[in-house]
Ligand binder design. Structure first.
Ligand SMILES: [Fe+2]
Ligand SMILES: [Fe+2]
Length: 171
């Protein structure tokens, strides 16, 4: 089977999005580490690696169908944040944009009756539900635990445990 040029373009654009997400989480990890949020730093280092595996999934999929992936140059990332809450909010916004892009690809696959890509994208659809929930849960903690030093410290501890939590075995 052959992918349509439109689908190839969409998948390639998704490689760019996943690469950008990986870089941006790496920058967030770095900011957290320097600021003294060690739990959050570990959490975002893991996130950054995860985004790279997402990118690789798409690269392998394209390659398996005989399409050489165009590896993109990515834009410079934001390197400084006002607060941990702003940072988490940025991450959530980023995930929401990724979800939109994935849903858009699903629609292309449906329209083109591209069953192979449709099934391939199912994993990403589920993954995005989890990703958005993860960041929404962290954001909630600011209301629940507070935004003072003690509250932030508790959130950092929570992120430390999340960073080491076993990832979905189906991933
Ligand atoms: Fe991703
Ligand atoms: Fe993600």
């Amino acid at each position: 089977m052959k992918l349509s040029p439109k689908m190839i373009k969409a998948l390639n654009d998704q490689v760019t999005l996943e690469a950008s997400a990986s870089n941006s989480y790496l920058a967030m990890a770095s900011w957290c580490e320097v600021t003294g949020y060690q739990g959050a730093a570990n959490y975002f280092y893991v996130q950054s690696d995860e985004e790279r595996t997402h990118m690789l999934k798409i690269v392998h999929y394209l390659n398996s169908l005989g399409t050489i992936t165009t590896i993109p140059a990515t834009k410079a990332t934001i390197s400084s944040y006002k607060s941990l809450e702003v940072l988490i909010n940025t991450a959530l916004k980023n995930e929401q944009a990724v979800t939109k892009a994935i849903h858009n690809m699903v629609e292309i696959a449906q329209k083109e009756k591209d069953h192979s890509t449709y099934v391939f994208l199912e994993w990403f659809v589920n993954e995005q539900v989890q990703e958005e929930t993860k960041f929404e849960t962290i954001l909630q903690k600011f209301d629940l635990l507070g935004r003072d030093k003690l509250g932030i410290n508790e959130i950092d501890k929570f992120l430390a445990t999340e960073a080491t939590a076993p990832t979905d075995p189906a991933a």
